[in-house]
Design a protein around this ligand. Sequence first.
Ligand SMILES: NC(=O)c1ccc[n+]([C@@H]2O[C@H](COP(=O)([O-])OP(=O)(O)OC[C@H]3O[C@@H](n4cnc5c(N)ncnc54)[C@H](OP(=O)(O)O)[C@@H]3O)[C@@H](O)[C@H]2O)c1
Length: 204
Amino acid sequence: MTTYRYYTAVSLDGFIAADGDSAHNLAWLLEQPHEPGGPHDYDTFLAGTGALVMGASTYTWLLDHSARTGEPWPYTLPCFVFTHRDLPLAAPQVRLVSGEVATHRAALEEAAGGRDVWVVGGGALAADLAAAGMLDELLLTIAPVTLGSGRPVFPAPCDLQLLEAAPHGVFLTTRYAYRGVRSGDLERNRLADESSTLGESAAP
Ligand SMILES: NC(=O)c1ccc[n+]([C@@H]2O[C@H](COP(=O)([O-])OP(=O)(O)OC[C@H]3O[C@@H](n4cnc5c(N)ncnc54)[C@H](OP(=O)(O)O)[C@@H]3O)[C@@H](O)[C@H]2O)c1
Protein backbone atom coordinates (compact mmCIF):
# COMPACT_ATOMS: atom_id res chain seq x y z
CA MET A 1 0.00 0.00 0.00
CA THR A 2 1.26 3.48 -0.84
CA THR A 3 2.30 5.66 2.08
CA TYR A 4 1.69 9.40 1.79
CA ARG A 5 4.24 11.50 3.67
CA TYR A 6 4.05 15.26 4.09
CA TYR A 7 7.73 16.19 4.45
CA THR A 8 8.39 19.86 5.01
CA ALA A 9 10.26 22.41 7.04
CA VAL A 10 8.20 24.61 9.29
CA SER A 11 8.72 27.59 11.58
CA LEU A 12 8.15 27.05 15.29
CA ASP A 13 4.81 28.88 14.97
CA GLY A 14 3.55 26.65 12.18
CA PHE A 15 4.28 28.31 8.84
CA ILE A 16 5.98 26.79 5.79
CA ALA A 17 6.51 30.12 4.03
CA ALA A 18 6.52 33.75 5.09
CA ASP A 19 4.09 36.26 3.62
CA GLY A 20 5.10 38.27 0.62
CA ASP A 21 7.43 38.06 -2.33
CA SER A 22 8.02 34.42 -3.24
CA ALA A 23 11.71 35.13 -3.93
CA HIS A 24 12.25 35.72 -0.21
CA ASN A 25 9.51 33.81 1.57
CA LEU A 26 11.82 30.90 2.40
CA ALA A 27 14.81 33.06 3.43
CA TRP A 28 14.18 32.15 7.11
CA LEU A 29 14.79 28.50 6.16
CA LEU A 30 17.52 28.80 3.55
CA GLU A 31 19.67 30.92 5.88
CA GLN A 32 19.80 28.14 8.53
CA PRO A 33 23.04 26.11 8.68
CA HIS A 34 22.36 22.73 7.07
CA GLU A 35 24.03 19.52 8.25
CA PRO A 36 23.59 16.46 6.02
CA GLY A 37 22.47 13.16 7.53
CA GLY A 38 20.31 13.03 10.63
CA PRO A 39 16.97 11.38 11.33
CA HIS A 40 15.13 12.70 8.27
CA ASP A 41 18.01 12.87 5.85
CA TYR A 42 16.77 14.21 2.51
CA ASP A 43 18.63 11.68 0.33
CA THR A 44 17.35 8.73 2.37
CA PHE A 45 13.83 10.13 2.27
CA LEU A 46 14.01 10.66 -1.49
CA ALA A 47 15.30 7.12 -2.05
CA GLY A 48 12.02 5.79 -0.60
CA THR A 49 9.88 8.16 -2.65
CA GLY A 50 8.21 7.22 -5.95
CA ALA A 51 6.23 10.36 -6.81
CA LEU A 52 5.69 13.93 -5.64
CA VAL A 53 2.53 15.96 -5.27
CA MET A 54 2.46 19.74 -4.77
CA GLY A 55 0.32 22.82 -5.23
CA ALA A 56 0.79 25.59 -7.77
CA SER A 57 2.46 28.06 -5.38
CA THR A 58 5.11 25.53 -4.40
CA TYR A 59 5.65 24.65 -8.05
CA THR A 60 5.97 28.26 -9.21
CA TRP A 61 8.37 28.94 -6.31
CA LEU A 62 10.57 26.15 -7.69
CA LEU A 63 10.22 27.46 -11.27
CA ASP A 64 11.17 30.98 -10.15
CA HIS A 65 14.08 29.63 -8.12
CA SER A 66 15.43 27.76 -11.18
CA ALA A 67 15.06 30.89 -13.32
CA ARG A 68 16.87 33.03 -10.71
CA THR A 69 19.71 30.64 -9.95
CA GLY A 70 20.08 28.68 -13.19
CA GLU A 71 19.68 25.46 -11.19
CA PRO A 72 17.83 22.71 -13.10
CA TRP A 73 14.48 21.22 -12.05
CA PRO A 74 15.52 19.24 -8.96
CA TYR A 75 13.45 16.04 -9.33
CA THR A 76 13.58 13.10 -11.72
CA LEU A 77 10.46 11.51 -10.17
CA PRO A 78 6.92 11.93 -11.48
CA CYS A 79 5.48 15.13 -10.04
CA PHE A 80 1.75 15.92 -9.89
CA VAL A 81 1.07 19.67 -9.67
CA PHE A 82 -2.41 20.79 -8.63
CA THR A 83 -3.34 23.94 -10.49
CA HIS A 84 -6.14 25.68 -12.38
CA ARG A 85 -3.56 27.31 -14.65
CA ASP A 86 -1.72 26.24 -17.77
CA LEU A 87 1.72 26.53 -16.14
CA PRO A 88 4.95 25.80 -18.03
CA LEU A 89 6.24 22.25 -17.64
CA ALA A 90 9.62 22.18 -15.92
CA ALA A 91 10.30 18.60 -17.05
CA PRO A 92 8.51 15.81 -18.96
CA GLN A 93 7.66 14.01 -15.72
CA VAL A 94 5.65 17.00 -14.41
CA ARG A 95 1.89 16.50 -14.73
CA LEU A 96 -0.62 19.34 -14.21
CA VAL A 97 -3.84 18.17 -12.56
CA SER A 98 -6.87 19.79 -10.96
CA GLY A 99 -10.10 19.08 -9.15
CA GLU A 100 -10.83 16.59 -6.37
CA VAL A 101 -7.60 15.03 -5.13
CA ALA A 102 -9.17 11.58 -4.84
CA THR A 103 -9.78 11.41 -8.59
CA HIS A 104 -5.98 11.36 -9.10
CA ARG A 105 -5.25 8.73 -6.49
CA ALA A 106 -4.92 5.75 -8.84
CA ALA A 107 -2.64 7.61 -11.26
CA LEU A 108 -0.49 8.97 -8.42
CA GLU A 109 -0.05 5.56 -6.82
CA GLU A 110 0.68 3.94 -10.16
CA ALA A 111 3.33 6.61 -10.81
CA ALA A 112 4.83 5.99 -7.35
CA GLY A 113 5.31 2.33 -8.28
CA GLY A 114 4.95 0.95 -4.77
CA ARG A 115 7.14 3.57 -3.12
CA ASP A 116 6.00 6.52 -1.00
CA VAL A 117 4.28 9.66 -2.24
CA TRP A 118 5.97 12.85 -1.03
CA VAL A 119 3.36 15.48 -0.24
CA VAL A 120 5.58 18.53 -0.78
CA GLY A 121 2.99 21.17 0.16
CA GLY A 122 1.34 23.50 0.66
CA GLY A 123 -0.70 22.98 3.75
CA ALA A 124 -4.19 23.26 2.26
CA LEU A 125 -3.36 20.61 -0.33
CA ALA A 126 -1.99 18.36 2.43
CA ALA A 127 -5.26 18.86 4.34
CA ASP A 128 -7.30 18.06 1.20
CA LEU A 129 -5.29 14.87 0.72
CA ALA A 130 -5.80 13.97 4.38
CA ALA A 131 -9.56 14.47 4.04
CA ALA A 132 -9.51 12.06 1.08
CA GLY A 133 -7.63 9.42 3.09
CA MET A 134 -4.38 10.20 1.31
CA LEU A 135 -2.10 11.20 4.20
CA ASP A 136 -0.30 8.85 6.57
CA GLU A 137 2.57 10.79 8.11
CA LEU A 138 3.84 14.31 8.66
CA LEU A 139 7.62 14.71 8.82
CA LEU A 140 8.12 18.22 10.11
CA THR A 141 11.57 19.76 10.44
CA ILE A 142 11.11 22.64 12.85
CA ALA A 143 13.36 25.65 12.29
CA PRO A 144 14.38 27.85 15.24
CA VAL A 145 12.37 30.87 14.08
CA THR A 146 8.91 32.31 14.42
CA LEU A 147 7.34 34.21 11.51
CA GLY A 148 4.18 35.65 13.03
CA SER A 149 2.23 35.00 9.85
CA GLY A 150 2.59 33.17 6.55
CA ARG A 151 1.40 30.01 4.80
CA PRO A 152 0.15 27.53 7.43
CA VAL A 153 1.59 24.03 7.60
CA PHE A 154 -1.85 22.37 7.93
CA PRO A 155 -4.91 24.64 8.05
CA ALA A 156 -7.39 22.08 9.38
CA PRO A 157 -8.03 20.62 12.86
CA CYS A 158 -6.56 17.14 13.14
CA ASP A 159 -5.18 14.70 15.68
CA LEU A 160 -1.61 13.47 15.34
CA GLN A 161 0.47 10.86 17.10
CA LEU A 162 4.09 11.69 17.75
CA LEU A 163 6.28 8.85 16.45
CA GLU A 164 9.76 10.43 16.60
CA ALA A 165 11.44 13.63 17.69
CA ALA A 166 15.15 14.39 17.65
CA PRO A 167 17.39 17.43 17.41
CA HIS A 168 19.48 17.75 14.28
CA GLY A 169 21.82 20.74 14.12
CA VAL A 170 19.67 23.82 14.70
CA PHE A 171 16.49 21.93 13.79
CA LEU A 172 14.08 19.66 15.64
CA THR A 173 13.01 16.77 13.41
CA THR A 174 9.61 15.25 14.14
CA ARG A 175 7.50 12.50 12.65
CA TYR A 176 3.78 12.19 13.31
CA ALA A 177 1.12 9.71 12.24
CA TYR A 178 -1.99 11.42 10.89
CA ARG A 179 -4.91 10.26 13.04
CA GLY A 180 -7.81 12.10 11.42
CA VAL A 181 -9.97 15.16 11.86
CA ARG A 182 -10.17 16.18 15.51
CA SER A 183 -13.15 14.28 16.88
CA GLY A 184 -14.12 17.08 19.30
CA ASP A 185 -14.21 19.51 16.39
CA LEU A 186 -16.34 17.12 14.32
CA GLU A 187 -18.89 16.98 17.14
CA ARG A 188 -18.86 20.78 17.58
CA ASN A 189 -19.34 21.21 13.79
CA ARG A 190 -22.24 18.71 13.82
CA LEU A 191 -23.94 20.60 16.66
CA ALA A 192 -23.35 23.95 14.92
CA ASP A 193 -24.88 22.53 11.68
CA GLU A 194 -27.88 21.19 13.61
CA SER A 195 -28.52 24.49 15.37
CA SER A 196 -28.21 26.50 12.12
CA THR A 197 -30.67 24.08 10.42
CA LEU A 198 -33.07 24.49 13.34
CA GLY A 199 -32.64 28.27 13.09
CA GLU A 200 -33.49 28.16 9.37
CA SER A 201 -36.59 26.03 9.86
CA ALA A 202 -37.76 28.33 12.67
CA ALA A 203 -37.37 31.41 10.45
CA PRO A 204 -40.66 32.94 9.20
N1 LIG B 1 8.97 25.10 4.16
C1 LIG B 1 8.99 24.20 3.21
O1 LIG B 1 9.74 23.21 3.26
C2 LIG B 1 8.02 24.33 2.07
C3 LIG B 1 7.50 23.20 1.46
C4 LIG B 1 6.57 23.36 0.44
C5 LIG B 1 6.19 24.62 0.05
N2 LIG B 1 6.74 25.70 0.65
C6 LIG B 1 6.34 27.07 0.25
O2 LIG B 1 5.08 27.30 0.83
C7 LIG B 1 4.27 28.05 -0.06
C8 LIG B 1 3.03 27.19 -0.31
O3 LIG B 1 2.06 27.92 -0.83
P1 LIG B 1 0.49 27.61 -0.61
O4 LIG B 1 0.20 27.39 0.79
O5 LIG B 1 -0.20 28.67 -1.37
O6 LIG B 1 0.22 26.22 -1.25
P2 LIG B 1 0.36 25.40 -2.61
O7 LIG B 1 -0.33 24.14 -2.27
O8 LIG B 1 1.76 25.30 -3.05
O9 LIG B 1 -0.45 26.18 -3.75
C9 LIG B 1 -1.83 26.43 -3.65
C10 LIG B 1 -2.41 26.56 -5.04
O10 LIG B 1 -2.43 25.27 -5.69
C11 LIG B 1 -3.55 25.21 -6.58
N3 LIG B 1 -4.43 24.12 -6.13
C12 LIG B 1 -4.50 23.57 -4.88
N4 LIG B 1 -5.42 22.59 -4.86
C13 LIG B 1 -5.95 22.51 -6.10
C14 LIG B 1 -6.92 21.69 -6.72
N5 LIG B 1 -7.58 20.71 -6.04
N6 LIG B 1 -7.19 21.86 -8.04
C15 LIG B 1 -6.53 22.82 -8.75
N7 LIG B 1 -5.59 23.64 -8.22
C16 LIG B 1 -5.31 23.48 -6.92
C17 LIG B 1 -4.22 26.58 -6.51
O11 LIG B 1 -3.52 27.42 -7.44
P3 LIG B 1 -4.07 27.99 -8.84
O12 LIG B 1 -5.57 28.00 -8.75
O13 LIG B 1 -3.49 29.38 -8.90
O14 LIG B 1 -3.54 27.15 -9.90
C18 LIG B 1 -3.85 27.03 -5.11
O15 LIG B 1 -3.91 28.43 -4.93
C19 LIG B 1 5.11 28.32 -1.31
O16 LIG B 1 5.74 29.57 -1.22
C20 LIG B 1 6.17 27.23 -1.24
O17 LIG B 1 7.38 27.60 -1.84
C21 LIG B 1 7.61 25.59 1.67
